[in-house]
Ligand binder design. Structure first.
Ligand SMILES: [Zn+2]
Length: 746
């Protein structure tokens, strides 16, 4: 498939992204077409045979990535060879003497770039999971060159004229619906990438894209440096006051990794900081940890991101103007479900007020508790998680540490497999015979439970390590398609759990369990794909739609079927007591003021930064002013402050798009209602409808139409308000009474 379609993907591989789905499918060969149709290395030598990154994937399941053969030194020559090959493939299509048809233009383009897809798959994995100084040097050099490469294709005039001819041809009506959508997508993406501009504007656009690619790389590398090089050292046992044993163990393990003797270390990542802020009794240490975390990329030192952001925003504004849009936000949203920034802002503002009002209630509750304890403090941001946990205990008698022994990572994994079996008839079988990029990675084959038919592979890389970016995400190594025989998909889930000691059971928090279901939802979206063309496959859908299947899956964690079988105590094997489940249910909307407000403040700042047009922006000052205008409560901060907002500044992908989690959650809450109104979460008929209209269709249909086909109507916002506990108290609770927490916004 053509790489410009996945421009965001190319750029996103130029820098580790922070969103939770690496969008766009990777196409690759499936053993067909084994002879390279065109190679720039004509002649005796065949360097691609020597560079394993270029080789066709061989082995079982239609070929698997040869992770055992990857060497960082091979990346640059592989990318260069693959880009050159792709350009010559495209040039052959552009210069075809035959009149343009869907087959000789659009379908032909879909067959190009297979080598580059394979190389960028490795490149993406190394940037997110296996990053290090040697690889960073490659990234800094190659990111701008990948951007220039994309522009060379979108700015190929002869090629665009052919695409335009197919798109405007009366013969288009005779194509299948999927082919028509693909033609539309190619045409739209070319135009959106500047295909209609004059030569001078095109040259400037390409210059901008290359500069941006370099800036994204620097932004990500600065952030990774602050997350790696800064950490909090706890020198004596007294400084661990309040921390549960699992956190103490993790802090000891982190100290060993950082080679800090006789102390404990709290690393500067969310998975380490959030629990510390929740449990540490030492207020001055909480403040220290909090300041370290919220100031990532904002310390006025060599890793400060402010100047980089100013430059990114300026270039994005200029690019939008060149492309004929008032702002970057307008350009980004044109091909989303929301369509315009105004509609996205309207939704955010509708939820903002009730969320802030809830924060006031939460703060009042916490302040009262602190006063009662005689703490003599005013709740500050580094107190929020700490007192919130105390209120949770007091009000719902719910202790997170009481839940954790029932949440074993491996049991939950079995739980998500079981859910996939119930909903989509999938079966997961571990396989040992395929190479992995790290010994931590495990692989399962996915088959149809009834027919035994092979569906795909699922790679699981659960543990944190140096050189792996924080957070959790899904990535597709190969997309399902059937242009010339069935190509099955390869997907992965990635997260950052502390591994613990060998043989020790890994226990996770309720939040982490929700995240597991979320990322697995992305994986199921990829695995369910049933399309013809690779560009339209799996999770390659609109940014504000892609979080819908994943957020929807979160709902199945709290079903009695999953909790009863898979939330079992790691020592006694007994299922989680019903009384505890009831407590979790009652507390499900607890703290939604905090969760929604920290998320929405980030989403609103993202949108406003990109609606500001050509105004020169000082990120810190802009953030401060915008939050003041919004009436941001002083007791909490944005989930991602501007200088560390990787979703927005490590690539284009979630820029002016962080609202997507909320947009998708409207669909999620409303869609789960279909199960509740039907026969419950495992209603086979509703699940079949879900698979048919949402999970399997990729980008072959308009998402709004797909949703309507599933639900029988357009989505309504009421279910979301109820899910987050913002609905009027007396409103009917029929909708999502069984739903749990708000959608995951990572
Ligand atoms: Zn996600």
């Amino acid at each position: 498939m053509l790489h410009f379609i996945t421009r965001s993907r190319t750029l996103l591989f130029a820098a580790a992204i922070a969103g939770c789905v690496v969008a766009g499918g990777m196409t690759a060969t499936s053993g067909m077409n084994t002879k390279a149709t065109h190679s720039i290395n004509d002649g005796a030598s065949a360097p691609e045979e020597q560079n394993p990154l270029l080789a066709k994937w061989v082995g079982p399941y239609g070929g698997v990535p040869p992770f055992d053969k990857v060497r960082v030194a091979d990346f640059k020559p592989a990318l260069e060879a693959a880009m050159a090959e792709n350009l010559s493939e495209v040039e052959r299509i552009a210069s075809d003497p035959a009149a343009p048809t869907f087959e000789n233009t659009i379908a032909a383009l879909e067959r190009t770039g297979q080598t580059l897809d394979r190389v960028t798959t490795f490149y993406g994995i190394w940037s997110s999971n296996m990053n290090g100084p040697e690889f960073q040097t490659v990234q800094r050099e190659m990111a701008p060159r990948l951007a220039a490469f994309s522009d060379k294709i979108t700015q190929n005039e002869a090629l665009f004229r052919r695409i335009e001819a197919v798109y405007n041809s009366p013969a288009k009506k005779k194509l299948t619906a999927e082919q028509q959508r693909l033609s539309w997508l190619y045409y739209t993406n070319f135009v959106r990438s500047g295909a209609k501009l004059d030569a001078k504007a095109k040259a400037r656009l390409s210059e901008i894209n290359q500069k941006l690619a370099g800036l994204y790389t620097r932004f990500s590398q600065n952030l990774l440096a602050d997350e790696t090089e800064q950490f909090l050292v706890l020198k004596e046992e007294a400084e661990l006051a309040g921390l549960p044993q699992s956190l103490r163990d993790a802090a000891a393990a982190a100290a060993a990794t950082k080679k800090v003797q006789g102390a404990w270390v709290i690393t500067n990542t969310r998975s380490s900081i959030d629990p510390f802020l929740t449990y540490s009794d030492r207020r001055e240490l909480r403040e220290k940890a909090w300041r370290m975390f919220v100031n990532r990329g904002d310390n006025g030192d060599a890793h400060d991101n402010n100047a980089i952001i100013t430059e990114i925003l300026g270039l994005r504004a200029e690019r939008a103007k060149l492309l004929g849009f008032p702002t970057h936000a307008h350009w980004r949203l044109e091909n989303t479900m929301a369509k315009t920034p105004e509609r996205a802002v309207e939704l955010m503002e509708a939820v903002w007020k009730p969320a802030v009002a809830r924060v006031r209630e939460e703060v009042a509750d916490m302040q009262a508790l602190a006063d009662k304890e005689g703490a003599k403090i005013k709740i500050e941001p580094w107190d929020y998680r700490y007192y919130q946990e105390k209120v949770r205990k007091a009000r719902y008698d719910l202790d997170q540490n009481e839940v954790k022994p029932y949440l074993q990572l491996e049991k939950l994994r079995e739980g998500i497999f079981w859910v996939a079996g119930e909903l989509f008839n999938f079966k997961f079988t571990p396989v040992e015979n395929v190479p992995v990029f790290h010994t931590d990675v495990r692989v399962w084959e996915v088959t149809d439970k009834t027919s035994g038919k092979h569906i795909g592979l699922w790679y699981f890389d659960p543990y944190a390590r140096e050189g792996k970016r924080s957070g959790a995400w899904m990535n597709a190594y190969r997309s399902q398609e059937r242009m010339e025989g069935e190509v099955t998909t390869i997907v992965s889930n990635n997260s950052n759990f502390s591994k613990g000691k060998p043989g020790e059971t890994l226990l996770v928090s309720w939040d982490d369990a929700v995240t597991m279901f979320h990322e697995f939802g992305h994986a199921l979206h990829g695995l369910s794909s049933n399309v013809t063309y690779p560009t339209l496959s799996g999770t390659a859908v609109a940014r504000d739609y892609v979080e819908f299947p994943s957020q929807l899956l979160e709902h199945w964690l709290s079903t009695p079927e999953v909790l009863g079988r898979f939330a079992v105590h790691y020592q006694t094997g007994k299922p989680i007591p019903q009384a505890l489940v009831e407590k979790i249910k009652r507390a499900s909307t607890f703290n939604q003021g905090f969760a929604t407000t920290e998320y929405l403040s980030s989403a609103l700042v993202d949108m406003k930064l990109h609606l500001a047009g050509s105004e020169k922006i000082d990120p810190d000052a802009f953030e401060k002013k915008t939050l003041a205008e919004l009436g941001m409560p002083g007791e909490l901060v944005m989930r991602h402050r501007t200088p560390q907002f990787g979703h927005v500044f490590s690539s284009d992908s979630y820029s002016a798009g962080y609202y997507s989690y909320l947009w998708s959650d409207v669909l999620t809450a409303d869609a789960f209602g279909a199960f509740v109104e039907g026969g419950g979460p495992y209603d086979a008929k509703v699940a079949a409808r879900l698979r048919k209209n949402i999970f399997s269709v990729g980008n072959t249909i308009d998402p709004a139409a797909g949703y309507r086909a599933f639900r029988g109507r357009d989505p309504k916002i009421e279910a979301l308000m109820q899910k987050r506990g913002f609905a009027a108290k007396d409103s009917k609770a029929a909708g999502s009474g069984k739903s749990k927490s708000g959608g995951k916004q990572n």
